[in-house]
Design a protein around this ligand. Structure first.
Ligand SMILES: NC(=O)c1ccc[n+]([C@@H]2O[C@H](COP(=O)([O-])OP(=O)(O)OC[C@H]3O[C@@H](n4cnc5c(N)ncnc54)[C@H](O)[C@@H]3O)[C@@H](O)[C@H]2O)c1
Length: 351
């Protein structure tokens, strides 16, 4: 059985929870190399996961004999590392958000096109059974044309600890961190139309807070450990319109005075029916009577399925379900949301 050699850059929380175990357990992968700015962490992880630690990403890309790499660093380091990996002839799985800025996204897009290598963006929600079931329902035509949608991930108190709250390291707040999951999933479900106009509003009203419960995600890196820097929003909201006439709203918060709910919520409104998540409901009419069905979908290990998909793409030279062009369009939306908020004006992305 053919096996690919894989390395991981950035051995923090998400690498430990998701990339390292799923690579190590994959029958067609040899997890051979790791690297991190924190060399102690890289050495420790190398022992734990049976890989070799490299002093730098450059050395790892050059000397480890890799086929593919995962980039799991702070958002602002994604683009430069992914470009170097592509130039070294490697296929790349880059964590979300694809980059920290739209300029970096354009550079990465160009590098991926020129290299002919695979660039997959880690949009993990697309591998959820319920999201995939929703996609199947949309594609069957059962809902008709989807003309409006809503997506949100709302945490009442859930600022992550670490670099996420420093714009220099993250590129943005909850819209960039968790809103990207909701925005990507709903846009994918709607058939990925081209973005026309964007009206965004980012608020910074509550964080950092002194509430006694809260923050549950903690980055492993020591940067901005106790969140001394907090220069991003705590609530992001936006209204986007598309070239096919459809529109969507998206909301993402780490802190808001409302109901605590960390789940990704999506509503699709179509001409023949609608659907909502989570749980998954379908709304239709039968004999002129409104009916709703709740679909019983078993949860799945969608991080594992994301890695399986990346490995399949590398082995069989297939385009990933979330590719670099789509990552660029999502970064255009996120950038336009930020600019619209700053200017208090609508941003037009179509000429
Ligand atoms: N898919 C998901 O649901 C999900 C969940 C959490 C985090 N993430 C993403 O994963 C990425 C990492 O987040 P995390 O929570 O693991 O952070 P983390 O702080 O725990 O880990 C990041 C690691 O990257 C290292 N690093 C940073 N820059 C580097 C560089 N230039 N070269 C080598 N190493 C470098 C740091 O030293 C640190 O060990 C982020 O992009 C984040 O948005 C995705």
């Amino acid at each position: 059985m053919k096996k690919i050699k894989v390395g991981v850059v950035g051995i923090g929380a998400i690498a430990h929870i998701f990339h390292l175990p799923n690579y190590r357990n994959h029958p067609q992968v040899e997890l051979v190399a790791v690297t991190d700015l924190d060399t102690d962490r890289a050495n420790k992880a190398a022992d734990e996961w049976g890989a070799k630690a490299f002093a730098s990403a450059d050395a790892m890309f050059r000397d480890a004999g890799l086929d593919a790499v995962s980039i799991c660093t702070f958002n602002t380091a994604h683009a430069a590392l992914a470009i170097k990996a592509l130039e070294a002839g490697l296929d790349v799985l880059v964590e979300k958000p694809m980059t920290a800025t739209v300029e970096q996204a354009e550079q990465l897009h160009r590098a991926a096109e020129q290299s002919g290598r695979i660039l997959m963006v880690g949009m993990s929600s697309r591998y959820r059974n319920d999201v995939r079931a929703m996609k199947g329902i949309v594609e069957s035509g059962e809902l008709g044309d989807i003309y409006f949608a809503k997506a949100r991930i709302i945490r009442r108190r859930g600022v992550p600890f670490g670099w996420f709250t420093s714009k220099e390291l993250s590129g943005g707040g909850p819209m960039m961190d968790i809103g990207v999951h909701a925005l990507d999933a709903v846009w994918w479900l709607m058939g990925m139309p081209k973005t026309d106009k964007v009206m965004g509003k980012l608020f910074h009203k509550i964080a950092p807070y002194h509430t006694k419960t809260g923050g549950f995600y903690e980055a492993m890196s020591s940067n901005n450990k106790e969140n001394p820097v907090y220069d991003v929003e705590d609530l992001g909201t936006a209204y986007l319109t598309f070239d096919n006439g459809a529109a969507l709203t998206v909301e993402a918060s780490w802190a808001v005075n409302g109901v605590q709910d960390d789940a990704m919520k999506i509503e699709l409104f179509g001409t023949k029916g609608g659907a909502s998540l989570d749980p998954l409901f379908v709304f239709k009419e039968a004999n002129l009577i409104p009916v709703e069905s709740r679909l019983d979908i078993e949860g799945n290990d969608y991080y594992k399925e994301e890695i399986d998909h990346f490995v399949q793409c590398v082995l069989h030279r297939e385009q990933p379900v979330s590719d670099v062009s789509q990552g660029l369009e999502i970064m255009r939306m996120l950038d336009a949301i930020g600019r619209s908020s700053e200017k208090n004006d609508v941003i037009r992305l179509l000429d």
